[in-house]
Design a protein around this ligand. Structure first.
Ligand SMILES: C[S@@+](CC[C@H](N)C(=O)[O-])C[C@H]1O[C@@H](n2cnc3c(N)ncnc32)[C@H](O)[C@@H]1O
Length: 228
């Protein structure tokens, strides 16, 4: 989906348009490599006032309209806050965890984990507009030193440092990711909003309003039926 169309979705979700952003506040930060040391070290104060989350996106006047690396596999749709809370609860996240959200959208799962549980993390997101937006919101929430948002394709990204992976995608995308997830360190927790993993049965699940949250732990030994 084009960045412009995604922008409309984000605007709809956030209930407002960036009506009066001065041109001199436009900026389009380049994506950073996924380096956890850099996450901890990044205490650089934001270069723009933090009251306007659109000021650092390509929606700002003069902003460079960068297109996603390729067509996103699923459109942006945010997980409701109460579901985010239950995803973090079922995974029992804490300050020792490193949470990767695949298809991070506006960054809410990483940002809530950092703010509420002190959890470091990386949000992998293919749309540069959403990456810029999530970075800005993280800085405004005071957790820019704990989370990093990276413009990347989740199928290509290195997840080896994850202790928790969160997903709100589609059933076929969960299945395409399954071998990559099963190759992570034993004990890594995988949490999915709404969509399961076919015959990789969850260790736990819970209903949250109209949503279901699933939890898997990567096993020590991969059962034969889950090997490729
Ligand atoms: C349904 S939204 C979920 C957003 C967020 N994780 C949440 O739960 O609120 C899915 C996100 O995945 C992103 N996406 C789609 N294909 C992707 C890919 N191949 N790599 C990284 N992100 C992708 C979309 O741009 C979108 O923001």
């Amino acid at each position: 989906m084009a960045a412009a169309a995604l922008a409309c979705l984000v605007l709809a979700a956030c209930g407002g348009a960036p009506a009066d952003i001065p041109a001199e506040r436009a900026a389009t930060p380049e994506s950073d490599p996924v380096e956890l040391d850099a996450i901890q070290a990044d205490t650089t104060p934001p270069a723009v006032p933090l009251s306007d989350p659109w000021a650092t996106t390509s929606l700002a006047p003069g902003g460079e309209q960068r297109e996603p690396l390729r067509e996103p596999d699923v459109i942006y749709h945010p997980t409701p806050d109460e579901v985010v809370a239950q995803m973090l609860d079922i995974a029992d996240v804490g300050p020792g965890d490193v949470l990767y959200d695949l298809g991070a959208g506006d960054g809410r799962i990483n940002i809530t984990a950092a703010r509420e549980h002190g959890t470091r993390g990386v949000g992998i997101e293919i749309d540069p507009l959403l990456v810029d937006y999530a970075r800005h919101v993280a800085a405004e929430a005071g957790v820019g030193h704990l989370v990093n948002f990276v413009e990347d394709d989740m199928f290509e990204a290195d997840l080896s440092q994850a202790t928790v992976v969160t997903l709100y995608l589609l059933p076929d995308l969960n299945l395409r990711l399954r071998p990559k997830l099963l190759s992570l360190a034993p004990g890594t927790r995988i949490v999915s909003h709404n969509y399961h993993m076919d015959d990789w049965r969850p260790d736990e699940s819970r209903q949250v309003g109209e949503s279901v949250v699933y939890l898997w732990r990567v096993p020590e030994e991969i059962p034969a039926h889950l090997r490729e």
